[in-house]
Design a protein around this ligand. Structure first.
Ligand code: ZN
Length: 145
């Protein structure tokens, strides 16, 4: 578990109180790199937070997103994933495994002016869809018998 002091510091800096729900969900999100859905987060934290409702989970996630502690990745309308990496970056979605990998921001050339004149772009995010090369270290290892 991430130190309570660190979580307290992050929440306090943004004017948020430390609640058990926020602390446990933040701890999970800061340790995972899997860009989980709300459903996957619920499965991961429900044992640590008995009685957690989906409504409370969504409230906590929305609060953390509003406070810029978490980011959202929209894969398709309605399919939101959560990301504790709030620095600017893009994503590669592995169509074989569904895994989402971070792609450094500077790998994609500046696209702020790409939509053309009259469009004032405030932010953007690029999702790449494909498969990992056979020899990629990021490819999940086959299960050993
Ligand atoms: Zn990411």
């Amino acid at each position: 578990m991430m130190t309570t002091a660190k979580i307290r510091q992050i929440l306090n800096k943004r004017g948020l109180k430390v609640t058990p729900q926020r602390a446990v969900i933040m701890d999970f999100m800061m340790r995972t790199h899997s860009h989980p859905s709300a459903e996957a987060i619920y499965e991961a934290v429900k044992d640590a937070l008995p009685g957690l409702s989906k409504g409370t989970l969504y409230n906590v996630l929305n609060t953390l997103v509003d406070a810029n502690i978490l980011n959202t990745v929209v894969l398709e309308p309605g399919a939101i994933r959560y990301d504790a990496n709030v620095s600017n970056h893009h994503h590669f979605i592995d169509m074989d495994t569904g895994q989402i990998h971070d792609i450094p921001w500077d790998r994609v050339q500046n696209l702020f002016n790409a939509p053309g004149e009259g469009f004032c772009v405030a932010d953007y995010q690029v999702n790449f869809y494909g498969v990992m090369a056979q020899n990629s270290p990021k490819r999940p290892k086959p299960e050993q018998p």
